[in-house]
Design a protein around this ligand. Structure first.
Ligand code: F6P
Ligand code: MG
Length: 478
């Protein structure tokens, strides 16, 4: 259940792993220390403050070990079952120093170690050291959120009251409109924060059609190196036409804040258009890769939308610092956001939108292990019409973060989740790491030759910055 192809390592100077371990991770820990420090200061409870200081000391120790290339030490028993798995793997690896260790495992281990520091306390057990960052980035995406909320209300209301879209008259026109919107929303979902919202200008049926040729859409589409969204849409409509009454779409979530917001936009649209009857969201169970969604992040997002005026006009710490007072929302903006709140809380309450955490998502290994280590979850995913894996880390886990030739077929690189698995996998991924598969012959070389692409340095630098993306489907058939 592991590929033979070697994995990327923090010891390889041509890999983004090298820079990550030496430059990015210490910064991430430092930001965590600052956060805990702030909360410790703000606390009036003696025991909380005492433990907070101890947490800071432990985080500083971890940072020291990382920066001084010490061994990765066993994770202390914090009462959770996954510790044994992590430690077993660590032992099997033998000599594991921070600066020459498989990237995927060591980065997961880093977040699990951080989590164990909190789990061993009394007062900080469920504390999320990244929560502040997550909410503040969501707040700062206000213009995009407002724009999308207005479009969403428009589209979902049309579907609910007129049972059609943008004035489409025939079934074919309706399907065309549905497909274009599906692709738009999935691409917005893909680009997350870096979204050009002119993508979703969809007023009349004619406008919608023109959109396919629109400048904005083309501009970002040319950076999607492989795009299987049309095939994904076909899979959903085929299921719909087969008359199946229960049709599930799963989203293995990535980041909280704006990205979760756009995931919910896609989820709500799939339900409203009848392209799915249930959406299952898979969040993480511990603070993970800084911004990944925890169940609490979902709750907080919904709460923010329940009273958007308060959410957007309460001064954040940064606002206070800069002496800024956020402008109030207009009545229409409040109404648009409340529409989202009502729709999303309703589908959640009615069981059409479900959150299903599993510690598998925060294990140290790749998704190649799924059938073996979490057979229940594997069986569960087979029930789904489409399992959407969001973001870079999920892609690395799908492909085992191995140094595949870029032309390796996607279904092959995802191993047991590929051919014959019965799982319909759709990866929506902006590239922020070395691994890339499923490219046409010559494409990797072509992009390497572009500015900042890495040239003949031996590094695939183009895939590090999030500027490029891949959208890849594996239908799980034999
Ligand atoms: O490449 C930088 C990085 O932190 C990776 O370590 C990780 O895979 C990824 O970014 C996280 O990004 P995302 O939130 O898209 O998974
Ligand atoms: Mg993430």
């Amino acid at each position: 259940y592991e590929p033979k192809t070697p994995q990327y390592s923090t010891g390889d100077p041509t890999s983004f792993a090298y820079v990550s371990a030496r430059e990015r991770w210490p910064i991430i820990i430092t930001q965590g220390i600052d956060d805990v420090h702030r909360s410790t200061w703000a606390s009036n409870d003696e025991e909380t403050a005492r433990e907070g200081k101890a947490v800071v000391a432990e985080l500083a120790k971890l940072k020291y070990e990382l920066q001084h290339d010490r061994e990765l030490t066993p994770i202390p028993d914090d009462g959770e079952a996954d510790v044994a798995e992590y430690n077993k793997e660590l032992e099997a690896m033998g000599n594991t120093k921070w600066h020459s260790v498989p990237w995927l495992f060591s980065e997961c281990y880093l977040y699990r170690r951080i989590s164990s520091i909190f789990k061993q306390t009394q007062k900080w057990k469920s504390y999320d050291l990244f929560a502040r960052q997550k909410m503040s980035t969501f707040r700062s995406s206000r213009p995009a959120v407002l724009e999308l909320a207005a479009r969403y209300k428009d589209i979902v209301s049309q579907l609910a009251t007129e049972h059609t879209l943008q004035g489409a008259k025939t079934q074919t026109e309706l399907e065309d409109a549905e497909e274009i919107l599906f692709i738009e929303m999935a691409e917005i979902c893909l680009w997350g924060n870096a979204t050009d919202l002119s993508l979703l200008t969809s007023l009349s049926y004619e406008d919608i059609q023109k959109l396919q040729g629109s400048e904005a859409r083309k501009a970002s589409e040319k950076n999607i190196v492989v795009n299987d969204l049309d095939k994904a849409f076909k899979a959903l409509t085929a299921a719909q036409k087969s008359g199946k009454s229960e049709r599930r779409v799963d989203i293995v979530l990535d980041n909280a804040g704006f990205e979760l917001f756009v995931d919910l936009v896609l989820a709500g649209y799939l339900l409203a258009a009848g392209l799915a009857t249930t959406i299952v969201l898979h969040p993480k169970s511990i603070p993970w890769f800084v911004s990944d969604v925890l169940p609490q992040d979902f709750v907080e997002l919904i709460q923010a939308l329940a009273d958007p005026q308060t959410f957007y006009t309460t001064q954040s710490d940064d606002d206070k610092h800069a002496g800024r007072t956020p402008a109030p929302l207009s009545d229409k903006e409040v109404a648009d956001l409340k529409f989202l709140f009502e729709h999303w809380s309703r589908i959640h309450a009615e069981g059409q939108l479900v959150l299903r955490p599993n510690t598998f998502w925060t294990a140290g290994g790749s998704f190649w292990r799924l059938p073996k280590t979490e057979p229940g979850l594997f069986e569960d995913l087979k029930e789904s019409e489409l399992v959407i894996f969001k973001g870079d880390l999920n892609y690395r886990k799908l492909t085992a973060d191995a140094a595949w030739p870029a032309t390796t077929p996607f279904a092959e690189a995802i191993g047991p989740l590929g051919h014959g698995s019965g799982v319909h996998v759709l990866a929506l991924r902006t590239c922020k790491a070395d691994v890339v598969v499923g490219l046409p012959e010559g494409e990797d070389e072509r992009i390497k030759a572009t500015e900042g692409g890495g040239g003949d340095s031996g590094a695939r630098k183009w895939a590090w910055s999030g500027k490029w993306a891949v959208v890849q489907l594996s239908d799980g058939k034999a």
